[in-house]
Design a protein around this ligand. Structure first.
Ligand code: ADP
Length: 270
């Protein structure tokens, strides 16, 4: 049975095609999210990679910030539930998930069965999210994926004291103008994200094993800074950006399997 998980975020669109709830035939992330051509491009690319037709997919589950805008899914499921499902599948011993996406950060606590026992979310402020890193990368004239390499060359951390993204951007510009090395400023940027997210973690507490998901987990500089802030080691989920889409595809498989059919076509929110 083939199932599909679609995760439409603010910054990227992700699609996973799963065979029999176990084998990933395709996993695609297109770096533009809701309100763009990202979702349809990700869908098309995933079908091409998996070499399957849309009508061969038994069930599609949609998740993410932009899930309401996507037509043609059988079911909508919250990001929290999908991340929990995806992480529990990949790392069964995970008890705390830290997900940093394009415009929010979430901390999700899991019980031993992988069910969500608690969660907190920052969705009101760009600080401590991927957007903060994108703004700072633009000031430094690098792509957001290059921040990690720059940060690795740091000799010291130039602290960024402003929590507001707009003021922090001015602070970064001033530090660079004052002659601070860009790599040291990047170390300060990573520390700023880590401090902000650590504050969120503090609201629900931390239980190992800690797993990081989302696009920002691809930046080992942020992961290391967060490990330092939290004094705990962090496992980065394999293909971290696809975890929500993977969870959605797994949920699609499980509900189709339980229903004893591969062709349920419902529209339901959970
Ligand atoms: P959303 O689900 O909200 O769309 P994602 O989980 O896809 O967000 O994360 C998007 C963020 O991930 C971007 O804002 C950016 O900061 C970061 N990011 C994306 N690609 C990379 C990369 N190759 N290396 C490091 N960070 C990245």
């Amino acid at each position: 049975m083939l199932t599909m998980g679609v995760d439409i975020g603010s910054a990227s669109s992700k699609v996973v095609i799963l065979k029999d709830g176990a084998e990933i035939l395709a996993g695609v992330a297109v770096p533009v999210g809701t309100g763009t051509t990202g979702p349809s491009r990700a869908l098309q690319q995933a079908l091409e990679i998996a070499k399957v037709e849309r009508n061969e997919i038994s069930k599609v589950v949609i998740t993410g910030y932009g899930r309401m805008t996507f037509e043609g899914a059988d079911e909508q499921i919250s990001e929290i539930t999908c991340h929990a499902k995806g992480v529990h599948h990949l790392v069964p011993s995970a008890r705390t998930i830290i997900d940093i996406g394009g415009q929010d950060a979430k901390v999700i606590k899991l019980d031993e069965q992988g069910y969500v026992s608690n969660f907190v979310m920052n969705e009101k402020c760009a600080a401590g999210t991927g957007r903060f890193l994108e703004v700072m990368a633009r000031v430094l004239e690098v792509h957001v994926s290059e921040l990690q390499v720059l940060g690795d060359k740091a000799d010291k951390v130039v602290p960024i004291s402003s929590t507001c993204t707009v003021f922090a951007e001015s602070e970064v510009i001033s530090q660079l103008a004052a002659g601070q090395k860009s790599s040291d400023v990047v170390a300060g940027i990573h520390q700023s994200v880590a401090r902000r997210v650590a504050g969120l973690v503090g609201r629900v507490g931390i239980t190992p094993e800690v797993v990081m998901t989302g696009g920002v987990a691809q930046n080992a500089g942020v992961v290391k800074a967060l490990e330092k802030e939290l004094q705990v080691s962090i496992t980065v989920a394999p293909r971290s950006q696809l975890t929500g889409a993977l969870g959605a595809a797994l949920i699609a498989f499980e509900s189709s399997y339980r229903a004893g059919t591969g062709s349920t076509r419902r529209n339901k929110s959970r």
